[in-house]
Design a protein around this ligand. Structure first.
Ligand code: ZN
Length: 287
């Protein structure tokens, strides 16, 4: 995927072909007046080098019409370069070493933010369901002690945020969400919403999880006492998969720097979307 993106950024023609293949640009446009298919027409003078034209009424349509790039002022090869940087987790502050002076840090931030919104809406559109008969789902909560963005005249404040997470040990996929509190009233409905009937839950001894086994989707709940063991010697229960998921998410956030409180949920969504590799990669390659 990254290699394809890198190749596509090489020229306008390659960028357009790539974006059409990935259905990020339309391959067919129909005239709303004449109901005729518009023709792909070369435009030497300006813009993207091409436009769509109706053979009957001659009305033109931008090749970006209705696309992800319709509001962007960047050239299409630059858009592909930025897609590459985002997919490769290049920090916005390093963008210039990839795209040169054409792309300002602000432009890169806007572009990344927009891509993160796409991740969020994709995740909202397809809620992730974990577990199922006999499948172990590890659950845990973690404090995200992120930097709030530096403001002039003020020291950067650290605002701790509780995040609840789940990890399906069979699919090897995680889920996390910001929570206002880590009590049972908050956490139990989230666990129920994201588990399939027959799930086995592994967690630490946190009090809010005491009633987990009563949830209709949960058949068993096993705990590990972290004061004594990493892995429970009798049941084998542990939470190491969700803990390494936390570590990966936090390392990623640290690299991104200056995430504001408002932005944290979208960074979490981006991380989840990129990490949900098994089904995402299949989706990309089968297109
Ligand atoms: Zn027409």
């Amino acid at each position: 995927m990254l290699r394809q993106l890198a190749n596509a950024a090489g020229s306008l023609g390659d960028a357009i072909d790539f974006l059409k293949q990935r259905k990020l640009l339309a391959s067919k446009v129909t005239c709303t007046h004449c109901q005729k298919d518009k023709t792909w027409t070369k435009d030497e003078t300006k813009g993207d080098g091409f436009f769509w034209r109706c053979p009957t009424c001659r009305k033109k349509t931008s090749i970006r019409h209705g696309s992800f790039f319709s509001k962007s002022k960047l050239t299409l090869p630059t858009c592909v370069e930025l897609l590459f940087c985002w997919a490769a987790n290049v920090p916005v502050t390093h963008i210039r070493s990839y795209c040169g002076a054409r792309v300002s840090v602000k432009t890169a931030i806007d572009f990344y933010n927009f891509l993160r919104e796409v991740c969020s809406s994709q995740l909202l559109g397809e809620p992730i369901l974990f577990g199922g008969p006999g499948v172990i789902v590890q659950i845990d909560e973690s404090l995200f002690d992120h930097n709030s963005k530096y403001q002039r005249g003020r020291a950067p404040a650290r605002i701790p945020q509780w995040v609840f997470g789940m990890y399906d040990t069979q699919m090897k996929q995680g889920y996390m969400t910001l929570v206002p509190s880590r009590n049972a009233l908050t956490l139990l409905p989230i666990i129920e919403e994201h588990t399939l009937p027959g799930s086995i839950i592994h967690s630490d001894m946190w009090a809010a999880y005491r009633q987990v086994a009563r949830l209709p989707t949960v058949v068993a709940h096993e705990t590990v006492n972290h004061r004594r063991h990493f892995v429970d010697p009798t049941t084998g229960a542990h939470t190491q998969a969700i803990e390494s998921y936390w570590a990966r998410a936090k390392a990623k956030l640290k690299r991104m720097m200056g995430t504001t409180k408002e932005m944290l949920p979208s960074y979490l969504d981006e991380f989840m979307w990129k990490e949900s590799s098994a089904w995402q990669k299949r989706k990309w390659t089968n297109r």
